[in-house]
Write a protein that binds this ligand. Sequence first.
Ligand SMILES: NC(=O)c1ccc[n+]([C@@H]2O[C@H](COP(=O)([O-])OP(=O)(O)OC[C@H]3O[C@@H](n4cnc5c(N)ncnc54)[C@H](OP(=O)(O)O)[C@@H]3O)[C@@H](O)[C@H]2O)c1
Length: 284
Amino acid sequence: MCVMSLFPVAQAYHGSPDGTKRDVASPGANHSYSIIVNTTLRAAVIGYGRFGRFWAEWIAGEFTVQVASRRTLAGLPAGIRQVTLEEAATADLVFLTVPISAVRDTLQRLAPYLGPRTTVVDTCSVKVYPVTEMERILPADAGIIACHPMFGPDSALTRTDLLPVIIWPVRDRHQRYHGLREVFGRLRMRIVEMTPEEHDREAAFTQGITHLIGRLLAEMELQPSEIATLGYRRLLQVMEQTCNDPVQLFQDLQRYNGHTREMRRQFAQALERTARLLSDETLD
Ligand SMILES: NC(=O)c1ccc[n+]([C@@H]2O[C@H](COP(=O)([O-])OP(=O)(O)OC[C@H]3O[C@@H](n4cnc5c(N)ncnc54)[C@H](OP(=O)(O)O)[C@@H]3O)[C@@H](O)[C@H]2O)c1
């Protein structure tokens, strides 16, 4: 079978005593091949958008991966199967890869079908809001792990260092947290343990500001130039990478993180102070 995979992931595939041989998507190659994987754990990915598609392939070497989508999906990579939301809800690990603003609705639809040993892992780019919603909506016996991979389809391609992932055991009912950390370690990730509150405070002034500047630069319609300095080329990269993500992600990042308002306030003040350096009074 010929499967085009999008991501040249330098994954280490590990067998396990109870692993079995099967075909999976082969990141970085244009064919599938047999490897030893642990098929005992089933992971469902809910929402097959830009990140969900990437994530399903990224973790495919480590779990039996299923995806749930509102659409009928064609051309899924080998080893990845579409299932209903009801079936996805019974997986050992359910990864939420829907927009932040769709988390509440998705949890409400998922909750009645959740398996007795299921752990829900969100991947949202903000953390306090989805964690609050997961704790509020999911049944008491559901495990909850907060997770934010600080990379996506674009940056995973260009970065050569370990990819940072924020992770926090909100309610590790089924002892999945340590296993997941090990899996992430094998998948080229650098684990950073951080509370949802710490994450949002820091992300507002790192990821939030990057997306704000990227969108601002796009509004200015910056163009490549023959005389581009390295700094300018980097600015263009920021613009392209952030604008490749859906505008919904930009809006959600700014609206659902309680710290971004303060970031934007400081940004506006800094812009004003900098502009004052160029005012007539200062220059005279
Ligand atoms: N983009 C990144 O680089 C990145 C990195 C880290 C984390 N994340 C997180 O990943 C999540 C998805 O981001 P994305 O960039 O992949 O967004 P996206 O391209 O818009 O994909 C989200 C997917 O969720 C489903 N969806 C959309 N609206 C929905 C709704 N109202 N109810 C239920 N499902 C809905 C759709 O999939 P179906 O049509 O298949 O149902 C859609 O394709 C966000 O929480 C984001 O913070 C993104």
